[in-house]
Design a binder for this molecule. Structure first.
Ligand SMILES: [Zn+2]
Length: 246
């Protein structure tokens, strides 16, 4: 077994190539330290490099083949049941055809344990489309409209949330997901490293599960009069952030 592996195409190398022919830059030796802090530091860097790569793909700077998909048609909808792709970036591009909407089913990439990045360009998605997948970052394409029931369940630990600027329904700002006019906060990426967060004053509603075990959040500022839809907050016992209304 060769020690160097590209996290995107999984090519293995005896010597570090730095840049893989697939376009990924910054392959590193997959060392593991005794120290939890150093391992976390390594993982942070690894995710950032994958994020940089995926962003070049989704903005059209790097060529990338869309993922093969398991698709079936039912009840005038196109269901994407599975992304049959073992690469580090699953590129799920399957928008409807005008008459029918496309729908990302529950657990879309759940069997892809080596897939930390997901590009999703279906029209809709099941609220549990991530399930317990290994996805750490989602890039929503221009055609994505909505989650079933308006929210999603981020079982998996997310670090990056990004939305195509052409998308008319959603927006993201610094890894927090909103509807387009930022009146609803849909999801706060749980691995977001900042310890404080101020919910923008435009936000009127916090959607269900939008703060789902945020790992580093210690202080949360909320605009006065904000409403929660269903249960918005899930915090670990004893690690609840301080909530301040402004
Ligand atoms: Zn590669």
């Amino acid at each position: 077994m060769n020690p160097y592996e590209c996290p995107i195409c999984h090519a293995e190398y005896e010597e570090n190539p730095r840049v893989c022919p697939c376009g990924f830059e910054g392959i590193e030796y997959p060392f593991f330290w005794e120290s939890k802090e150093l391992n976390e530091e390594y993982e942070k860097k690894r995710l950032f490099k994958i994020y940089k790569f995926a962003k070049r793909v989704v903005t059209g700077e790097l060529p990338y083949e869309p993922s093969p998909l398991t698709v079936y048609e039912y009840d005038d909808q196109i269901y994407v049941e599975e992304s049959v792709d073992d690469r580090g970036l699953a590129y799920v591009d399957c928008k409807g055809d005008g008459k029918r909407k496309s729908f990302a089913a529950e657990g879309l990439v759940v069997f892809r344990s080596r897939t930390p990045a997901l590009y999703l360009n279906t029209n809709e998605a099941h609220h549990n489309f991530l399930d317990e997948s290994a996805v750490r970052m989602i890039f929503f394409g221009p055609d994505f409209e909505r989650f079933e029931n308006g929210y999603f369940r981020p079982y998996t630990l997310l670090r990056y949330l990004w939305v195509d600027a052409e998308n008319r329904f959603l927006s993201a700002e610094n890894n927090v997901l909103f509807n387009k006019d930022k009146t609803e906060l849909i999801s706060y990426a749980s691995l977001r490293p900042e310890t404080e967060y101020r919910v923008p004053a435009s936000v009127k509603r916090l959607m269900p599960l939008c703060f789902y075990y945020p790992k580093h959040l210690k202080k949360l500022w909320l605009p006065r009069g904000i409403r929660t839809v269903g249960r918005a907050f899930f915090f670990s016992y004893g690690e609840e952030p301080e909530i301040i209304y402004y």
